[in-house]
Every structure is written in structure tokens, then in C-alpha cells.
Ligand binder design. Structure first.
Ligand code: PMP
Length: 360
């Protein structure tokens, strides 16, 4: 008997998202923080857990305490903020809010693949604009793509995953003012860069900024992201937010983490130092072409991406490779870890390249 296909016709060719499952000693494939949640916070969470909590109740659907704490930190109002189960969920929510069946969603290429996926899930059509040959943004190319496609949503990711490149705030402003759709500025890696489009939220009624606790804040496992937009637009997006989307434990962990800014700042400066060291070391390796990065990772090109990926994995180092991607197939992305691991990484990479080229 013919198997009945229940899945929507337009979704049948989608492959389920698969996070790589490899054995490793150093996990440098997903831009996570190398440090655990600070002990003070774990101790506080554990004591709250033991001394009674309200886990039998639903979480605060609006995450009011966390929104309040974030609003104070960012100098905005709680009504400008929406908390998500990771910024991934917020990408899904904004796509659903602003793009419907057959609408176009314009995304950078190379870029964060989830934005294309969420566009497809909502029935929209993902279209892309190319970064230039150095994998840098070009505001002129974005404007041309806007004219060509008339999308409902424009995605800008700055610093961009996986390239590490950035688009100046002045360009984002100009683009947002001339565009009759919603601009989503994904600042997942903002803390490692320092420049933000947050100040545009007041001036551009069509712009939202997305941030996350998964990268610099080191809480990827607890899934907290946040969106900042002007009051009206944020209220519109709220209509799409699932109720109780963020669990109480994670809300509390994020709120506690905001009370320790010095720990986070120290970790970010260590990461930036390690990034600069690693970049210079990569430049010095024969057969490696790194791209300058303002995030907590570096993308680099080699002659045979898959062979180098496998060689590093044999030495216990897991990095990101990009399968058969037409632009990125010989590129690898490595997360910036602890400074003390950098020499081992470079030494290992040099050995893998030497084996590859038959230099040894
Ligand atoms: N945006 C970008 C650019 C990312 O790289 C990631 C994670 N890789 C996310 C959003 C999603 O992060 P999270 O859901 O953990 O907040």
C-alpha cells in the first residue's frame, strides 16, 4: 500500500536539523562559551531548588523580572523587550509575525542557516544576498537585493555567523529607513564586537535587534534569547509568542547572571585576546586563509576542508565544516576557546596540514 504523506508538500524535502555527534576533547564547533556558569550562580540556583520553588506552576509567561533587569541594563523599557527560548525561537517568531505564504525573506549568504529554515517553515520563500568575495557585507548589494526581491523581512547578522564580518550601524540605519519591511538585526555575537543597532530601535519603527545568553553569557544549554524593538512593533510580535515559552529555571538563571557583569566582561576580554592571537597564528600557517572576525569564532579556508576537519577530530578537536556548501565547502569555523588551548590548536592544525600536503 502506498504510504500516505501527511507532511505539508512544501516541507517534504527539508532535512531535520542535525547537530553533529562526534567524540571530542575540545568542542569548538558551535560558538559556545568554554566556561561553565559561574559558581556563585549555580550555588544560588541550587539553594533555590532545594529550598522550594514554584516548578509546579507555569513560568511567568512575560518573564517580567528578567525583562525588568534587562531593561535597566539596556536603558530601554520592559515593553521594548520580548524573551525567547533562545534567539532561535525569536527568529521563528518574527518570521511567523511578518512573512506569510509566498512572501520573501532576504538573508545574507553565507549566513546563519536557521533563518532560511524558518522562512520555509512559515511557507515564505527564502532569498539571499551575497557577501562580497572577502565575505564582507556590502550595503549597496543589500539595497540592490531589496529592490530585486521586495521581501517582507531583511535579515542582517552582525557580527555575521559564520564569517565574523560586520555591517556598520550607519548602513543599517540607512537601509532600514529606505525599506518598507521589517529589518531583523541578529546580534548574537554583539558582546565580542561592541557596536550595536540598539540605538536605532527608537528611530526605525521597522527594526528589531536580537540577542542571546548563549554565547558571551555562556548559557547555551538554558536557552534564553531576547528581542528589542519599539513598543508598537514589539506588541505586534507578542501576538505570535507562544505562552509560557521560557521555563522558570532559565529565566531565573539569566536574571542572576545579569548581576555579575564583571565575570562576563572578563570572559569576553579573554576571548577577544585569544581571538587576536589565534587569527595571527592562522595567518602564519601555510595553506590557511583566515577571515578577520569580530565574533567568538574565526572562519578560515584550507585546500581540503573535509580532510582537515577529520584530521583535527582525530586529535580531539571538533570544529565546524560546511559539507558541500558551494561557497564554504573548503572552509572551517573554529570557536575561540580558552587562551591556554590555542597553542595546542595551532600545533595540531599545523600537523594536520603537513600530513595533508605530505610535508612531514
Ligand atoms: N543567531 C546566530 C547568528 C547564531 O549563530 C545563533 C546560534 N548559533 C543563534 C542566533 C541562536 O542562538 P540561541 O538560540 O542559542 O540564542
Amino acid at each position: 500500500m502506498m504510504k500516505k504523506e501527511y507532511l505539508r508538500r512544501d516541507l517534504r524535502s527539508i532535512k531535520p536539523y542535525q547537530a553533529g555527534k562526534y567524540a571530542y576533547n575540545l568542542k569548538l564547533d558551535a560558538n559556545e562559551s568554554p566556561w561553565p556558569l559561574p559558581l556563585e550562580i549555580r550555588a544560588q540556583l541550587a539553594s533555590e531548588l532545594l529550598n522550594g520553588n514554584d516548578y509546579q506552576l507555569y513560568p511567568d509567561s512575560d518573564a517580567d523580572r528578567l525583562r525588568q533587569a534587562l531593561a535597566e541594563k539596556l536603558k530601554v523599557k520592559p515593553h521594548n523587550i520580548l524573551i525567547g527560548n533562545g534567539s532561535d525561537e525569536l527568529l521563528h517568531i518574527v518570521t511567523t509575525a511578518f512573512a506569510g505564504w509566498g512572501d520573501k525573506v532576504l538573508c545574507p549568504s553565507p549566513g546563519f542557516s536557521m533563518v532560511l529554515w524558518y522562512a520555509r517553515l512559515t511557507g515564505a520563500i527564502p532569498v539571499t544576498y551575497r557577501l562580497n568575495e572577502k565575505l564582507q557585507y556590502s550595503a549597496a548589494d543589500i539595497k540592490l537585493a531589496l529592490e530585486a526581491h521586495s521581501p517582507k523581512i531583511l535579515h542582517i547578522c552582525t557580527p555575521n555567523n559564520p564569517t565574523g564580518s560586520v555591517l556598520p550601524v550607519s548602513d543599517i540605519y540607512e537601509i532600514a529607513m529606505s525599506f518598507d519591511g521589517v529589518v531583523v538585526v541578529d546580534e548574537a555575537y554583539y558582546e565580542f564586537y561592541g557596536e550595536s543597532a540598539l540605538s536605532l530601535v527608537d528611530k526605525c519603527p521597522n527594526l528589531v535587534v536580537l540577542r542571546t545568553f548563549s554565547k558571551a553569557m555562556g548559557m547555551a544549554g538554558l536557552r534564553i534569547g531576547y528581542l528589542i524593538g519599539n513598543q508598537e512593533l514589539t506588541a505586534e510580535i507578542y501576538k505570535v509568542k507562544p505562552p509560557y515559552n521560557v521555563n522558570s529555571f532559565s529565566q531565573r538563571a539569566a536574571e542572576l547572571l545579569l548581576a555579575y557583569p564583571e565575570i562576563m566582561e572578563d570572559r569576553v576580554s579573554k576571548t577577544i585576546r585569544a581571538r587576536e592571537w589565534l587569527y595571527n597564528a592562522l595567518v602564519g600557517l601555510r595553506g590557511v586563509e583566515p577571515y578577520p572576525s569580530r565574533a567568538n569564532f574565526i572562519l578560515f579556508r584550507v585546500k581540503n576542508g573535509l580532510a582537515v576537519f577529520r584530521g583535527l577530530l582525530k586529535k580531539g578537536i571538533l570544529v565546524r565544516h560546511f559539507g558541500n556548501d558551494p561557497v564554504l565547502h573548503n572552509h572551517l569555523r573554529i570557536t575561540i576557546g580558552r587562551e591556554e588551548d590555542n597553542k595546542f590548536i595551532i600545533q595540531s592544525l599545523a600537523e594536520v596540514l603537513a600530513d595533508e600536503e605530505g610535508w612531514s
